[in-house]
Design a protein around this ligand. Structure first.
Ligand code: 13P
Length: 337
């Protein structure tokens, strides 16, 4: 097995998943605003250190996605964050895209930027200890959206990014996110996700990306947040697996879902149902941002004396999602915190 394939497999090791802690500076400001904390470099360092130093989290967390600033920061004792994670058996990763920007000539649609200079940035990040990377494409659902144009340019960029990561010796997380915003139903999310995945894998194939060396980070098939027809965890799991069996080649080692605005408990319940059904050729894991951090952020509240409470909340979510990796999450475990 190639080194990149073994890293990709370690990222989706049984019982484990990824913490997405790669909020960009504007995004972490939004999260800190919600707890009335100023987004200073020191506060960002303190918050990330709390998460990364949580004792026991390594049982459930295989890797952490970092933002550029965080990859270069250190713990209070001077240990660089990538080293701290590596010493605990957690793989450090890095967000390398430069965000979703308006797509020219396509009202309401976005394309993710960041390819220029990426070969050099990948080399630098690999030197700083990153073992994997992330690039997120954003696809919105509306009556006439997404256009094929939007899907194609985003897939093309994802494949170019993936090829450059593999050349530079790090595993690419390929993230085409179909947003949950809107009032569309589950069926419509299925259709758009199917088109998105087909277009993404066609581009990966066209650009000679070895699928054994990537990890896919997609949305689940869920109704829009404003839909009047909400779905049960069983319906979400059935629809998601049905779609993915059609679109995701068996060579891909694992699928790490994003939470995308689902509550912590919903994200866990959905993953748990999927793993109960099982039977797919890939590992079904998680790469949650909000669904691993919401309670921890609130319990911490920016106060040093709340660090143990923040870590306990994070560890609990990590444990629940770790259990969902094998379909063994229960209400009793959920309430055991
Ligand atoms: P959420 O789980 O909060 O959607 O974040 C995951 C992520 O990394 C989105 O790019």
């Amino acid at each position: 097995m190639s080194e990149l394939e073994s890293i990709a497999r370690a990222m989706v090791a049984p019982g484990k998943g990824i913490l997405a802690a790669d909020e960009s500076t504007p995004t972490i400001k939004k999260r800190f605003d919600s707890i009335q904390i100023e987004s200073t470099e020191d506060n960002r360092q303190a918050y990330r250190q709390m998460l990364f130093a949580t004792a026991g989290a390594e049982q459930y967390i295989s890797g952490v996605i970092l933002f550029d600033e965080t990859l270069r920061q250190s713990a209070d004792d001077g240990t660089p964050f990538p080293k701290l994670l590596t010493e605990r058996g957690i793989l450090p990763g890095i967000k390398v895209d430069k965000g979703a920007k308006d797509l020219a000539g396509a009202q309401g649609e976005k394309v993710t930027e960041g390819l220029d200079g990426l070969r050099d940035r990948v080399a630098e990040y690999a030197g700083l200890g990153a073992k994997f990377a992330k690039w997120r494409a954003v696809i919105d659902i509306a009556t006439d959206l997404p256009s094929d144009y939007c899907l194609e340019v985003n897939a093309h960029a994802l494949a170019r990014y993936a090829a450059l990561c593999i050349e530079g010796g790090i595993v690419p997380i390929v993230e085409p996110e179909v947003l949950m915003d809107g009032d569309h139903d589950l069926r419509r999310c299925y259709e758009v996700t199917e088109r998105t995945l087909r277009t993404t894998f066609a581009a990966l194939h066209a650009q000679c990306v070895p699928l054994e060396q990537i990890v896919l980070k997609p949305n689940m098939i869920v109704p829009g947040k404003k839909s009047s027809h909400q779905a049960s965890a069983g319906e979400v799991a059935e629809a998601t697996l049905h779609c993915f069996r059609r679109c995701v080649p068996a060579a891909v080692p694992g699928i790490v879902f994003l939470s995308g605005g689902q509550s912590e408990e919903e994200a866990t319940a959905h993953l748990n149902e999927m793993n109960k059904i099982g039977g797919g050729p890939w590992e079904l894991a998680f790469s949650y941002g909000r669904a691993l951090q919401a309670s921890a952020l609130e319990a911490w509240g920016g106060k040093a004396e709340n660090l143990p409470a923040g870590q306990a909340a994070f560890l609990h979510r990590a444990k629940c999602n770790g259990a969902a990796r094998s379909g063994s999450w229960t209400e009793a475990l959920e309430k055991s915190a």
